[in-house]
Write a protein that binds this ligand. Structure first.
Ligand code: ATP
Length: 521
């Protein structure tokens, strides 16, 4: 089984269809142009830069059409692109680069100092010229060449990608590290292909779709959902360099038909002054996922006639495992629905047996969208699976109709007086309080109860909230052991670039909270 060069195919079938709209630079490329530029990248990599197929090409850059040309150029050249999180500090990027051992570093101009500091420490990169995206007028930095100059000097004859095996690695995405040290999740051609097919089956996406992508390309949500599926289908991708709620609302109100946001993005859109008047004229499908979403937020969109189809995915699963259909999403707030197309799931109880409806257990995943493992980590890869099923580390259940719900991450659960508490349930209640702008609940050690909850909240401007009021609100809606014993107010919560709460940071910051005087519930 293999995949062929679908970009080349799009250029043959619909050469004049717009493929990419780069909102930051204003550049637009048709499929013919996109294919031709990706071919130039491949020619540059193979002949001018002298890299061998299989070599890694690391990219440290914000979202742009150049980024996608590099990705597809790597496919045509048989190379593995390493998508680096540009928000990381050099000390965090160094171990990733040491792990991936790239032969070439491509970087965006704003990251020049970081890139050069990293190259100085990596002999494999120091030996070669790096490539800079966005260097204008042939401006060359020390030991680096401008991206456009590289393309201009490369051969423009369309290079067609050799058929690639389903298990061949196309790119590496390092996990965001919400659970510890980043690991390079191998993204194969098969994963990307089946993810695209599954997205088409689940959402009906087609060449008529216009996607607005606001998530970073170094994250699976930005690259593989829905950017790559739309490029498989022959649709148009609007690329936003960084999320901007006002600009996003303008586009969502005009030609865009398809959108994916993490809960933090949906929250920021809803808080923008233009939200109220937006009509979302062409919008056909709204997706969300990545972390638990407050039901109050889903309902706020519902009241505006927008049904957000909540889904579930992981870097390790291509990423799509669930996308709820619109009718079910309208009927059942917060469900992720049933597994998409070729993906299979189980909910597994602590004794290894399968859960029945309503029983909470760990979500296990199988299917062609699942990664073969982590780059150069055979042991961690083997440990991620049980009898061929990927362990998600998430607690889930399904109802009588087979619709699934994510309860929380297993590791975020804490035990208070022998009772399991899932913070997402408590956070959902906190988000119903009009004073609360953002909220996280963590378990902190307590001499009497083992663990108790601490609510870390961000308040809306000019809306004070006494801890006792928060606790009374929770007590009216939750069992007593779920009511946070501690309340902390912060200016902002730590989040990853994909909007996920970095609870490990809160847990270490507030580890001693339980030894301090609590706010009596
Ligand atoms: P790391 O693996 O380093 O901890 P990460 O968990 O953020 O980072 P991703 O692959 O980006 O890695 O995210 C996958 C996780 O996101 C899932 O395991 C789950 O915890 C969470 N997630 C995804 N979709 C949902 C959802 N609909 N509801 C709740 N959580 C979700």
């Amino acid at each position: 089984m293999y995949v062929v060069d679908w970009l080349h195919k799009q250029a043959l079938h619909r050469p004049d269809q717009t493929a990419l709209v780069d909102l930051a630079s204003g550049r637009e490329w048709t499929y013919r142009q996109f294919n031709e530029r990706a071919s130039r990248v491949a020619d540059y990599l193979l002949t001018r830069a002298g890299l061998q197929p299989g070599a890694r090409v690391a990219v440290l850059a914000q979202n742009s059409s150049d980024y996608l040309e590099l990705l597809y150029g790597c496919a045509k050249a048989g190379m593995v692109m390493v998508c680096l999180n540009w928000r990381l500090a050099p000390a965090e990027l160094l171990p990733i680069l040491q792990d991936a051992e790239p032969a070439l570093l491509v970087y965006g101009q704003p990251f020049g100092a970081t890139a050069e500091a990293l190259r100085a420490q990596l002999p494999g990169l120091r030996a070669r010229q790096a490539v800079v995206i966005g260097a204008t007028g042939g401006a060359e930095q020390a030991g680096a060449r401008g991206y456009e100059d590289c393309l201009a000097g490369a051969c423009g004859d369309a290079i067609e990608m050799q058929p690639r095996g389903m298990d061949e690695v196309w790119h590496l995405l390092y996990t965001s590290g919400t659970t510890g040290t980043p690991k390079g999740v191998m993204q194969t051609y098969g994963m990307v292909y089946f993810n695209a097919v599954n997205c088409m089956l689940a959402t009906g996406l087609s060449r008529h779709d216009v996607l607005l992508n606001v998530l970073p390309f170094f994250h699976t949500g930005g690259l593989n959902l829905y950017t790559n599926p739309v490029l498989h289908a022959g649709g148009t991708v609007h690329i936003m360099q960084q999320f901007d709620a006002g600009a996003a609302l303008e586009l969502l109100d005009s030609t865009v038909t398809l959108f994916l946001g993490v809960p933090a993005v949906y929250l920021m859109l809803s808080q923008h002054p233009a939200f109220g008047a937006a009509r979302f004229r062409a919008m056909r499908h709204w997706s969300a996922g990545g972390s638990p979403m407050a039901h109050s937020l889903l309902e706020l969109y519902q009241a505006k006639g927008v049904t957000i189809c909540f889904g579930f995915g992981m870097t390790e699963t291509g990423p799509t495992v669930f996308i709820c259909d619109e009718a079910t999403a309208r009927r059942k707030t917060g469900t992720i629905g049933r597994p998409v197309g070729s993906m299979r799931t189980r909910v597994v109880l602590a004794d290894g047996s399968d859960a029945g409806p309503g029983q909470r257990g760990e979500l296990y995943i199988q299917g062609p969208g699942v990664t073969p493992g982590y780059w150069k980590l055979p042991q961690a890869s083997a440990e991620a699976f049980v009898d061929g099923w990927l362990r998600s580390g998430d607690i889930a259940y399904f109802d009588d109709e087979g619709d699934h719900y994510i309860v929380d991450r297993a590791k975020d659960m804490y035990i208070s007086g022998a009772e399991n508490v899932y913070p997402a349930e408590v956070e959902n209640v906190l988000f119903q309080m009009p004073q609360i702008a953002d909220a996280a609940v963590i378990g902190v050690a307590d001499a009497k109860w083992g663990d108790v909850g601490a609510a870390i909240v961000v308040l809306k401007a000019g809306q004070p909230l006494a801890p006792a009021e928060l606790q009374a609100f929770c007590r009216a809606r939750l069992s007593g052991y779920k009511v946070p014993k501690h309340v902390v107010v912060l200016d902002a919560l730590p989040r990853t670039p994909s909007g996920k709460l970095e609870k490990h940071k809160l847990r270490s910051q507030f580890a001693d909270l339980g030894t301090q005087e609590g706010t009596a519930p």
